[in-house]
Ligand binder design. Sequence first.
Ligand code: PGA
Length: 248
Amino acid sequence: MRIFREKDYDAMSRRAASIIAGETVHNPGCVLGLATGSTPEGAYKYLVDWYKQGLISFRGVLSVNLDEYVGLAPDHDQSYRRFMQSNLFDHVDIVPENTRVPDGLTKDPAAFCAEYDAYIRSLGYVDMQLLGIGRNGHIGFNEPDDHFVKETHVVDLTESTIDANARFFASRDDVPKQAISMGIGAIMGAKKVLLCASGEDKADAICKSVCGPITPNCPGSILQLHPNVVLVADEAALSKLIAAGVEV
Ligand code: PGA
C-alpha cells in the first residue's frame, strides 16, 4: 500500500484529484468507481476546475458509483445520484449514459443488484475505485458484520452510519435505513483502489484498516489483500497509524 501523507483536507483533495486525473489522461476510456460523501467533494472540485481549464476530459470515461440510499429518488437532494450530478457530472463532459449509480427506487432489488454486478463484470471491473471510509470502517455501505458480502446488495445501515449521515438530513428520522451497496467483490476486483480519509474521526478506521486484523468487523481491512491500494490521507486521519509506529 502506498501512503500519501497530506497536511489537511485541501491537500488530500488535490492529491486524490491528481491521481484520478492521471488515470483519465493515461487511459481516456477508463472505468472509474466513484464515491460520495464529504471526503471526495474537494477532489471533485479540483477535477471540475482542471476540466474547465481544458487540462482533462471525461468524454471517454465510464463511471460506476458505490452506493445509493434505498427509497430516495434520483432528484432527491440527498440522493447519491444528485450528489454526483451536482459535484461532478453536470460540470464535466462525461456522457450521461456512461454514468451508473444504483437505483434507490428499484422495485426488484435482487434483480437490480445482480444486473449491477453483471454490468461491472462486463466492463472488466473498474480501473480505479475511489473510496472514503466510515468511522466504523465501512467501505461503500459494506457495514461491519460477521462476514464479507461479495455481491452488490441491500444493506441495513448501522446506527453509527445513520448518526454520521444525519447531518445531511432535516432530522435523524429522515435518514434512510437501507442502501444498495456494491459488494466487496467488485471493490476488490478494481485494478487500483484510491482510499481517501480526512479528520481525526477517521483515524481509528484507517489504523485498523491498514494494520489491524483482516476482519469483516472492519470492512476496510480487506484492502490489505488488494495488490494496488493508494491511501491519501491528512495528518489527522493518519494520527493513530503514526502513533502505532507505522512509517508513512
Ligand atoms: P464521509 O463518508 O466522506 O462523508 O465522511 C465516508 C463514508 O462513510 O464512506
